[in-house]
Design a protein. Sequence first.
Length: 70
Amino acid sequence: MNAVVNELLDKGLTGDDEHARLDAYLRTTGKRVIPPAPRGPVPSRDEVIKLTKGWGSAVSEALEDDRNHR
């Protein structure tokens, strides 16, 4: 039965479009990952830089500390 369904998806529903064929395969096998919708507006690059100003050294130090303890 799986072979029949896969053949129908490959030939009948998706045609020769490689992207559509891959999408159909991922959907039918439950492997398609749909990213969550963003919550609210996405900040611009400048806004992110402004919001994270001063975090650089703290993040770098935390990463270095984590790597030293592995």
